[in-house]
Ligand binder design. Structure first.
Ligand code: SF4
Length: 384
């Protein structure tokens, strides 16, 4: 009797939404070194900040949920106790903020996130740190280009927060965050629905102009839609919106405010860059003489409006975002294939020098060809 041959074992390639797909979109070469090559960053300030503020928000929510504390605002000593505990936990994983000023700024943003955002967000939270996963079949056009036998891939992610919103619940009356969400929701939303919330340890990015490459504005939109898709596999509640929270906006730096003032004076910005200002905030910013005066104190509502971006979700927008990520998987696979076939690393990986802060924090910049073309050292009196 002929025995059938056991088919070769095939593992499904896994792609994490943040670590792989967003990492590659930020810059393929940096992704190759830091994620695939596992090179630790020499200045892990950005890594520290992202992990620190996520952990502080999660821990604060847990304390409220377990009724160990009432809703914030909390006193400085209470917050400091949480911050130091998180810092010790991160230090055990060798994630340390070596720069005192950055640590101070991180603490002050975390304070604002807990004390100003927390009272609005925590009552809406249904689940925090929700792990999601799902398999995707790659389109035939991408499969043809790949160097390995791969038809599907696995997508993994961790949603920071899933909120469960009951629109007409009296306990949410007057919640500014909910008001901001409702403004952007489609007409006649269901009475009960879920909203995906994702924290970003960065300032609100500008929307890409027409003809420009997609930037962080669009990429995070894809991410939220993809989370919505993966979450929909686990819940029966409709998911009609995502919220991205740009945490740096809660405590902007001087250079952030200068950039905002320029945008305000030019009035080139759309609502995405500069939401409607209250007249008081607008006057404060417009009249601020940054060389002579201290930074203006912008209202909480204005800072919240800058920090919160609501993204309506529809089946069509989910489908488009998933297609975009299929394309990214194809691009990563192609770079891997090129490196394996040519033996050359730098030229095989896509590079993206459009986001200045990413390049500024990148250890590869000393030998990255794209970085040097944009900011090559110039001798005084020489124009290259
Ligand atoms: S310097 Fe910029 S373009 Fe070059 S690898 Fe780093 S992030 Fe990418």
């Amino acid at each position: 009797m002929p025995l059938s041959v056991r088919p070769p074992i095939q593992t499904l390639p896994s792609y994490s939404l943040t670590g792989d797909l967003l990492g590659f979109l930020r810059c393929g070469l940096q992704y190759r070194y830091s994620r695939l090559g596992k090179l630790p960053p020499s200045h892990p300030v950005q890594l520290w900040f992202g992990q620190f503020i996520h952990a502080v928000l999660e821990e604060s929510y847990r304390q409220v949920k377990e009724k160990r504390k009432s809703l914030p605002p909390w006193s400085d000593p209470d917050l400091l106790e949480i911050f130091e505990r998180i810092d010790r936990r991160l230090a055990a994983r060798n994630i340390i903020c070596w720069n005192e000023d950055s640590q101070k700024l991180g603490y002050s943003r975390a304070t604002s996130a807990v004390n100003e955002l927390g009272p609005l967000l925590f009552p809406l939270i249904n689940q925090a740190e929700v792990r999601v996963r799902g398999a995707r079949k790659l389109p035939a056009a991408i499969i043809k280009l790949l160097g390995r036998d791969m038809e599907r891939y696995e997508m993994l992610g961790v949603i920071d927060v899933v909120t469960q919103v009951e629109l007409f619940s009296p306990k949410h009356r007057g919640n500014k965050l909910l008001e901001l969400m409702v403004e952007e929701l489609p007409e006649n939303p269901p009475d009960e629905f879920e909203v995906i919330v994702d924290y970003k340890g960065m300032k609100r990015p500008a929307q890409s102009e027409e003809g420009e490459n997609v930037g962080l504005w669009e990429i995070y939109e894809w991410q939220v839609h993809t989370y919505a898709h993966l979450r929909s596999l686990l819940t029966t509640k409709p998911i009609i919106a995502g919220v991205v929270v740009y945490l740096n906006e809660l405590v902007p730096t001087k250079s952030d405010l200068i950039a905002l003032q320029i945008a305000l004076k030019r009035r080139t910005s759309t609502k995405e860059l500069l939401p409607e200002l209250g007249s008081k905030d607008e006057a404060l910013l417009r009249d601020w003489k940054f060389k002579e005066q201290p930074m203006p104190k912008l209202s909480r509502d204005f800072r919240l409006q800058r920090a919160i971006r609501v993204i309506p979700i529809s089946p069509m927008s989910i489908r488009d975002s998933l297609n975009e990520f299929d394309g990214v998987v194809g691009r990563i696979e192609k770079c891997l294939m090129d490196e394996a076939s040519t033996g050359k690393l730098i030229s095989s990986w896509d590079r993206n020098a459009t986001h200045e802060p990413t390049c500024a924090a990148c250890d590869t910049r000393t030998f990255c060809p794209d970085f040097t073309t944009e900011t090559s050292p110039r001798l005084p009196g020489f124009k290259l």
